[in-house]
Design a protein around this ligand. Structure first.
Ligand SMILES: Cc1ncc(COP(=O)(O)O)c(C=O)c1O
Length: 475
């Protein structure tokens, strides 16, 4: 039996479970816990360490979520096989039918009672009063500079705050100089493609992607290679055989299928990128919302070779209407940005950038994020609970645990279009997923997408109740 002997410090500010999680993770990376070794049971380890079972269970949950360990039914937990580059020391850093276009957007109609639109966020808990004050403050005559063009990389002080925020929440390591503020994910991605289009001829891309990403990629002369999606994220085998110069991934919560890229695959992907001087384009569009386990460190935070280009948005944290996003460029691409190898000036409004800066400086942004995480966590749990209550155990829920959407496979014999129509019939809007697949072979059969950000918990429960009825109708 594997002996685990961490030094746990009850007086430390770091939670016990996190100390234990870090210890096991470090032992695995150092090779002292070999692949396939069986971990002691929660009860045994808790007894051996003289702690309650809770911190042990939480540590195991986190390791499981990150793919450090795998669970075998009725056998327990086992160390996963990791591929660690010898330059990478993870443990030090981790502390720290409808129209295919815009198919995820809610489109309220009079007959829709519950819209599980993916692009929706909770608008009722937005700090309206604070934001009115902040925007007013920016529009005082003494701030008349706000009416002019801003810094073409984005307001410098805002970039400093974003760098800090990304470091604290996603482990991203960058200087404010590496950040380029954009007007939404597609603007940022477009700008990036302009920077790499002469260097990268073949682009590997997840076999199912957001429709905006799909149409953007089509506008460039890249040879596009779809990469298969497995339970623990993209197929590394496919990436290795793609001969691509860059790969586009959504590792925290694959869009739309919802899986998380395991730590073993993260390491392999980084190794591939380093060995082939390829780029990894990491779209972390909803990585700030993870429920039950700590947020998984971004790929950028594990990168030792400046191969990762990190991309994020404020569309989930604040709202898509802000049109604020950011790129974190590795130094080589930054140089190209500064040499203006792209056709954009700054597109994001300096007024909103300044207001966001004030929001961050006051500490209100952190408070808002804490509140929203709790709120979305509750909605997520309400949705899962309602699905468990109303649907038979044969129904399958995919992609739970993070972000603002899950996928549902009711398994009732209806195809995707029938599911969408049956839901509409009872006043509920759910969304097809096949539109996101690069070709039909990559689509999930009879699967619909349910976004939960924009609905109240009561609405989620009522909506799922109606859905269950509608989906039972064809039995
Ligand atoms: C994969 C993905 N990235 C990014 C976004 C957000 O895009 P934007 O920043 O343009 O609002 C979405 C949302 O709809 C998405 O699905």
């Amino acid at each position: 039996m594997l002996q685990l002997t961490p030094k746990l410090d009850e007086r430390s500010k770091e939670a016990l479970y996190h100390q234990l999680y870090r210890y096991i993770q470090g032992e695995m990376i150092a090779g002292r816990i070999p692949a396939y070794a069986r971990l002691p049971s929660i009860r045994r380890l808790a007894e051996a360490l003289g702690v309650s079972r809770t911190p042990v269970a939480l540590a195991y949950d986190q390791l499981l979520a990150e793919g450090y360990v795998i669970s075998k039914p009725r056998s327990g937990l086992f160390a996963a096989e990791l591929e660690i580059s010898n330059r990478t020391q993870v443990s030090e850093r981790t502390s720290a039918t409808p129209s295919p276009s815009r198919a995820y957007h809610a489109s309220p109609t009079e007959t829709v009672r519950y819209d599980f639109g993916y692009g929706s966020i909770d608008v009722h808990h937005f700090p309206w009063t604070k934001w009115r004050r902040l925007v007013n403050q920016c529009l005082l005559p003494e701030n008349n500079r706000m009416l002019l063009y801003g810094d073409w990389q984005g307001e410098a002080e805002l970039r400093r705050h974003i760098a800090e925020y990304l470091h604290q929440t996603r482990g991203v390591r960058c200087t404010p100089d590496q950040i380029v503020i954009g007007a939404g994910t597609y603007h940022s991605l477009d700008l990036l493609f302009q920077l790499i289009k002469r260097e990268v001829t073949t682009l590997a891309i997840e076999a199912a992607v957001n429709d905006g990403v799909k149409s953007l990629v089509e506008q460039y002369p890249f040879t596009c290679i779809p990469i298969g999606l497995e339970e623990d994220g993209i197929s590394i085998h496919d990436v290795i055989h793609s001969t691509a110069g860059a790969v586009y991934v959504t590792p925290s919560h694959q869009f739309p299928f919802g899986m998380t890229l395991s730590i073993g695959k993260r390491m392999k992907l980084l190794k591939w990128a380093t060995e082939h001087s390829a780029y990894i384009i990491e779209n972390d569009y909803d990585g700030e919302f993870r429920y039950g386990t700590r947020p998984i460190p971004s790929l950028q935070s594990l990168d030792e070779s400046d191969r990762v280009i990190y991309l994020g948005t404020f569309s989930r944290a604040l709202g898509p209407a802000f049109r604020l996003s950011y790129l974190v460029l590795p130094p080589s691409l930054l140089d190209r940005f500064w040499k203006k190898q792209h056709s954009y000036d700054q597109l994001a409004s300096p007024i909103l950038q300044k207001a966001l800066l004030l929001f961050m400086q006051s500490g209100d942004f952190d408070r808002h994020m804490r509140k929203m995480r709790t709120l979305y966590h509750r909605k997520h749990d309400a949705l899962l609970e309602a699905l468990t209550t109303h649907f038979p155990s044969s129904a399958n829920v995919i992609g739970a645990g993070s972000g603002l959407h899950v996928l549902l496979q009711p398994g009732n014999g209806m195809d995707e279009a029938e599911l969408v129509r049956a839901a509409e019939h009872v006043g509920v809007k759910v969304y097809p997923t096949s539109v996101y697949a690069l070709s039909s072979e990559w689509a999930l059969p009879a699967t619909v997408l349910l976004g939960f950000g924009g609905l109240a918990e009561t609405e989620i429960r009522a909506g799922v109740g109606l859905l269950a009825e509608a989906f039972r109708g064809s039995d």
